[in-house]
Ligand binder design. Structure first.
Ligand code: SAH
Ligand code: SF4
Ligand code: F3S
Length: 438
């Protein structure tokens, strides 16, 4: 028996798919296989923007024929879209062949739900408002060696007015620091070389008092674990970023000098409507503080264009922020109204043509920054953690501390090694070159 998991959305979901794989293995499914060969297909969905949902709907619908032809095939849909109000009913109506629907709080029960489905004809639906069971006992099937992901918080309390995450992931809960540290120690012993701490807002770790220490303290403890590995963390919220955290970053060579700090907009009026609880000036002063401790520390961000009532001038403030903050790269999004959020009810929704034109200009500005920063590496050496081999190009690849992807030839399998790349040319976020002393 084989499984196949289709993952949409953020890193959190990617890691949860590793946990889903762990549960399936425990249930006797041997390994991941191509879609057509699988005995169970799990869709781990996302609902952050409309296109994420459309994507999943399209892919689930395409299974109708396979499901009819293959007796015993189980189809399960989980994740954020399954948890969204009204979506489970819609899924069952549109795709009556779905066997199992489970929400974001029901992941740990997946094994029991599969057993239940085997005993009944109709679909099993399990959607709780709160997480009943912790996930600490699940042994994930880690598929991204040498990288590993570690949850530190679940859920989000911020209620940014455009965002559905607090509705589908529930209130913020912190894992106990000792459990996080135990996991990090064992990953380091197993030879993982990059460990990324995950949470919607890592800076507010321990807001419920369940963690046992603050985020800077946790990061300090994680980076003090013995072993040769890098530490990354995401996502940081500008309202909670602190000098104490920047000092911990500076203190440890293991912690990558790179900060992902979503700004969302460069306009104070829009930031207010977004309920982000900081200003452009506060944002800029935080990265100035960081760069006073870690000179030229690269900062990456997320930006939204076309938030309700955004004017041309306000959009231009986002454009100018890209230059002023000197972002190393940015994820750029067209605002997508999400039913149930405050922003979806606001007057002044922006026409699609206007948003499309704005995002093109924003992407052009971001690309200019990306190119300028990548070109700084040309002619220099940079340390790369080799992650993979690209068969098409015949090159190994991996990222440097600043998240730039490096490509290079190598005559041995160097996946999982830290290597020194002499950069000969750059293209976008990619660097090309040869290895020193290899
Ligand atoms: N917790 C993180 C990431 C949330 S989702 C944070 O607070 O930054 C990742 C990104 O998706 C967000 O940063 C935001 O830029 C974008 N996003 C969220 N909701 C959106 C929406 N309704 N429309 C467009 N982009 C959205
Ligand atoms: Fe969404 Fe804001 Fe929470 Fe991020 S911090 S998940 S954008 S509500
Ligand atoms: Fe992530 Fe999408 Fe859910 S971005 S938290 S999978 S809505």
């Amino acid at each position: 028996m084989y499984y196949h998991i289709v993952t949409y959305g953020c890193q959190m979901n990617v890691h949860e798919s590793e946990k889903i794989a762990g549960i399936l293995k425990e249930k006797g499914y041997e390994r991941e296989a191509p879609l057509e060969e699988a005995d169970i297909i799990v869709f781990n969905t996302c609902c952050i923007r409309e296109n994420a949902e459309n994507h999943a709907f399209g892919n689930i619908g395409a299974l109708k024929k396979l499901k009819r032809e293959k007796k015993g095939l189980l189809i399960a849909v989980g994740g954020c879209m399954a948890q969204e109000a009204g979506k489970a009913e819609l899924l069952r109506r549109k795709f009556p062949f779905i066997d199992l629907i489970f929400g974001t709080h029901n992941l740990a029960e997946l094994g029991a739900l599969i057993d239940r489905k085997r005993l009944q004809r109709r679909a099993v639906v399990s959607l709780s408002e709160e997480r009943a069971e912790t996930e600490d006992h699940i042994e994930p099937v880690r598929t991204s060696y040498p990288n590993a992901w570690v949850n530190i918080t679940y859920g989000c309390n911020n209620f940014c007015s455009y965002c559905i995450v607090p509705y589908v992931r529930g209130r913020e809960r912190s894992r106990r620091a000792e459990d996080v540290l135990r996991e990090v120690r064992s990953l380091a012993e197993e030879g993982f070389r990059e460990i990324t701490l995950l949470g919607q807002n890592v800076n507010s770790y321990n807001s419920d008092g369940q963690g046992g220490m603050s985020f800077p303290e946790l990061l300090d403890a994680v980076a003090s674990v013995e072993g040769k590995f890098r530490v990354r963390f995401m996502t940081s919220h500008p309202k909670d970023f602190s000098e104490e955290l920047a000092r911990v970053m500076k203190k440890h060579g293991k912690i990558c000098n790179l900060l992902h700090l979503p700004a969302q907009s460069g306009s104070n009026r829009i930031l207010g409507l977004m309920n982000r609880r900081y200003t452009r000036e506060k944002y800029l002063s935080e990265i100035a503080m960081l760069r006073s401790l870690i000179p030229d520390c690269p900062v990456t961000t997320d930006l939204i264009v076309g938030f309700p009532t955004e004017t041309e001038e306000e959009f231009e403030e986002t454009l100018s922020l890209v230059k002023e903050a000197n972002f190393a790269s940015a994820f750029t999004f067209v605002y997508s109204p999400r039913t149930g959020t405050k922003a979806a009810e606001m007057e002044g929704q922006i026409p699609e043509e206007v948003s499309k034109e704005r995002i093109m200009r924003l992407v052009a500005q971001v690309n200019e920054n990306t190119r300028a920063l990548s070109s700084l590496f040309v002619g220099k050496t940079t340390e790369i953690l080799c992650e993979d081999y690209d068969e098409k190009r015949g090159l190994y690849l991996g990222r440097n501390e600043a998240g730039r992807m490096g490509y290079f030839p190598c005559d041995r399998n160097c996946i999982g090694e830290f290597v020194t790349l002499r950069v000969e040319r750059a293209n976008g976020v990619s660097l090309y070159g040869t290895l020193e002393d290899s």
